[in-house]
Structures are given as structure tokens and as C-alpha cells.
Design a binder for this molecule. Structure first.
Ligand SMILES: Nc1nc2c(ncn2[C@@H]2O[C@H](COP(=O)(O)OP(=O)(O)O)[C@@H](O)[C@H]2O)c(=O)[nH]1
Ligand SMILES: [Mg+2]
Ligand SMILES: [Zn+2]
Length: 351
């Protein structure tokens, strides 16, 4: 496997690339890391730094003109199949920050050794569904299971349509189950709070994959991986991981499609309200209030939904107020993007 294949360049990707960039002189490369002022890319001839090109996001596929071997230039970027983004923290212009591109699985990491925080899980799931990738909830530190058994139950409860698997980097439990979902060309990003066990899991997966394939860890002089920035990590077998430092807030960006996926049960209730313009408060015939009374809908879940709904509404108001300076998508474009994301996700859905 050459470097490019290790970073997810499958035959399928190759045919996408050659049909998009028809000039046979161009070479494919994948962005492994974005630094200030330069990017690190994987190419068919190993890793290299490219200066001065920083528009790309980690995971992007680039076309390089390598006429001058020592100074390759970026001539194009492949259209992204999925984009994981959040609203930039404290940004009054409400701009999006792209965290990763071309990811198939968003691993939403939840440690079982601490109480689950208010609506972080739902928030991350909304962003994950909205990206066009498939979320996979990964419970970590299963060896500490007796500590907070309720976390497992609550997580399963709140994961909605996302699959939940339990792992331990310490004991190795669940690693093979996770690796079974990471075939060649599959990129998985790990999201979760600091201390959740993301880096430990990444290291354990690399170690386990090496062990399974009978390969020997190449001595790269760096030893174990530690998270400094969002960087792609190839794992033996052809899959790629992206570890992330703990993201403080996860403010939503244009994530209506994700909201629909995570809270489809609630949005289905709206159709059953007596009045089409129901505010789902104390008015008569509200299906939401009825579901809360009967216990079919947890009130906490309804509160989470409202918080995220309001957050998105305020984002759109700010985008409108910024008079197009913040490039918000039109309603029509959002609907189109959501349909594309869904279509892409379906192709990766497990049977
Ligand atoms: N008992 C136990 N501790 C773990 C496990 N995975 C990680 N930890 C510990 O949790 C802490 C945070 O782990 P780390 O991987 O750095 O978390 P990150 O911030 O999400 O990358 C460290 O002290 C790890 O030793 C596990 O499977 N079992
Ligand atoms: Mg880490
Ligand atoms: Zn109602």
C-alpha cells in the first residue's frame, strides 16, 4: 500500500478523481493536517508540506500539478462528499468552521466514567447527521463500567437512530467490533470532550489493527500519537482516523437536516397537533404536550430540541442581518444539501 492508499485512496476514489480531473498529468493528494500557513498532504510519493495553500480542510482531496517536483502546486479540490462543521465560537458574523471533509463515520465519543452532560450528545449527533456522514456513538472506558452504569443506558436512550458500541482502550474490548466498521477508504473522525479517551482509542485501534494484520509498528521515532491538532492517522487495513482535541462548545451551523434526523420523533408529533400553527405550549390538542404527559416523550428531550431550534433560528437571523457578508446558504440550497447528505449517507449505511 502506498502512502496515498493508506490515507483512503481506493479504486473508487481513483475513478472519481480521474473523472473529475481529466488532465492525466495531475496527481491526487489528501490533506492530512492544516497548519498555520501550510498543509501536510499524503501523496503517492509520501508525505509533504505545501506552503501557502490553506483554504483546504483536513480530509480534502486535492489535485496537484507536479511539473516542478520540488514545488507542487494545488490546482483544484474535489467536491466534498461530507462536511463536518460548526459555528465558530464567539463569532458575531456567524461563520462556519469546517472541522473535517470527506468523512464516512463520525465517532461520537462518550466516556462512561462521568455523568453525561446536558445536551452535548444530541448537539454532536445533530452536527454529525448534518455532515452527510453516519454517526456512531462510541462509549469508552468500559473497564470502568461499574462506576456509572446509568451512562450506558442514558446514551443508548438518547442516541436515536445512531448505533452505539462499547469499547475499552485499556482492556481492548470492542476494538474488533469497531475495526469491523472501518474498511479500506473509510475515514472516521472522533469527536468528544477532552478526557473522553479519544486519543487512547486511536492508539488502541492502530495497535489492534497492527496485531490483527501481523504487521510490525514502524518506528517513526514519535512513539504514541498525541493530539496536537486535527490530523489524519492511517490505520493498518486502509481506514483512516481523525482525532480531535476536545472541542469546547459545539455550536450548530445550518444543521436543520441533522435536527430532523435526531429529533424525528418530535417532528412527527407536530403533524398530530390540532392546530397547524401550534406553539406546543398550553394550547388545547398539542400532541407534544400530550406525549410529555403520557411519558412517551421525555421532557428533557423536548427542552434539548427547543434549545437547538432556537440556536439555529438565531444563527439565521444573524446571517440575514449581516447582509450576505456571512455566506449563509439559502433555504433552497439547504434543502438540496440535506438531500445530498442523506443520499450519501444511505450508501454507507450498514445493512
Ligand atoms: N480506565 C480507562 N482509562 C482510559 C481509557 N481510555 C482512556 N483512559 C484515560 O482517560 C484519560 C484521557 O484519555 P485521552 O485518550 O487522553 O482522552 P482525550 O482527551 O479524549 O484524547 C487518560 O488518563 C487515559 O489514561 C480506558 O479505556 N480505560
Ligand atoms: Mg486527545
Ligand atoms: Zn403542538
Amino acid at each position: 500500500m502506498d502512502t496515498l492508499q493508506q490515507y483512503g485512496f481506493t479504486d473508487r476514489m481513483k475513478s472519481r478523481f480521474t473523472s473529475h480531473f481529466t488532465d492525466p498529468g495531475l496527481e491526487p493528494a489528501r490533506v492530512a493536517r492544516v497548519d498555520r500557513g501550510r498543509i501536510l498532504v499524503a501523496t503517492g510519493h509520501g508525505m509533504m508540506h505545501l506552503d501557502g495553500y490553506t483554504e483546504a480542510a483536513t480530509g480534502d482531496w486535492l489535485a496537484l500539478d507536479t511539473t516542478d517536483r520540488d514545488r507542487p502546486t494545488v490546482v483544484g479540490v474535489m467536491p466534498r462528499l461530507s462536511v463536518l462543521q460548526r459555528k465558530k465560537a464567539y463569532d458575531p458574523l456567524a461563520e462556519a468552521q469546517v472541522l473535517a471533509a470527506n468523512v464516512e463515520i463520525v465517532g461520537v465519543v462518550v466516556p462512561i466514567d462521568r455523568p453525561i452532560s446536558s445536551n452535548r450528545l444530541e448537539r454532536t449527533l445533530v452536527a454529525a447527521w448534518d455532515s452527510g456522514a453516519r454517526p456512531l456513538v462510541i462509549l469508552t472506558k468500559a473497564d470502568l463500567r461499574n462506576k456509572f452504569d446509568s451512562v450506558v443506558a442514558h446514551t443508548v436512550d438518547r442516541a436515536g437512530a445512531a448505533e452505539v458500541i462499547t469499547t475499552s482502550a485499556e482492556s481492548g474490548d470492542g476494538l474488533d467490533e469497531l475495526l469491523a466498521r472501518l474498511g479500506p477508504g473509510i475515514t472516521m473522525v472522533l469527536l468528544g470532550p477532552s478526557g473522553a479517551g479519544k486519543s487512547s482509542l486511536a492508539n488502541a485501534l492502530v495497535g489492534k489493527a497492527l496485531q490483527n494484520t501481523g504487521a510490525v509498528r514502524a518506528t517513526d521515532g514519535r512513539g504514541k500519537h498525541t493530539t496536537t491538532s486535527r490530523e489524519l492517522i492511517p490505520i493498518p487495513g486502509g481506514a483512516v482516523l481523525m482525532d480531535t482535541p476536545g472541542l469546547r462548545g459545539f455550536a450548530l451551523w445550518d444543521a436543520e437536516a441533522g435536527l430532523d434526523e435526531v429529533f424525528s420523533d418530535i417532528e412527527a408529533l407536530f403533524d398530530a397537533c390540532r392546530f397547524a400553527d401550534c406553539h406546543h405550549g398550553p394550547e388545547p390538542g398539542c400532541a407534544v404536550q400530550e406525549a410529555i404527559r403520557s411519558g412517551a416523550l421525555a421532557e428533557r428531550r423536548w427542552l434539548s430540541y427547543q434549545v437547538m431550534e432556537r440556536e439555529l433560528a438565531s444563527l439565521h437571523r444573524r446571517q440575514a442581518g449581516a447582509g450576505g457578508r456571512a455566506k449563509g446558504r439559502s433555504t433552497r440550497q439547504r434543502a438540496k444539501d440535506a438531500a445530498m447528505a442523506k443520499d450519501y449517507r444511505n450508501r454507507f449505511r450498514q445493512p
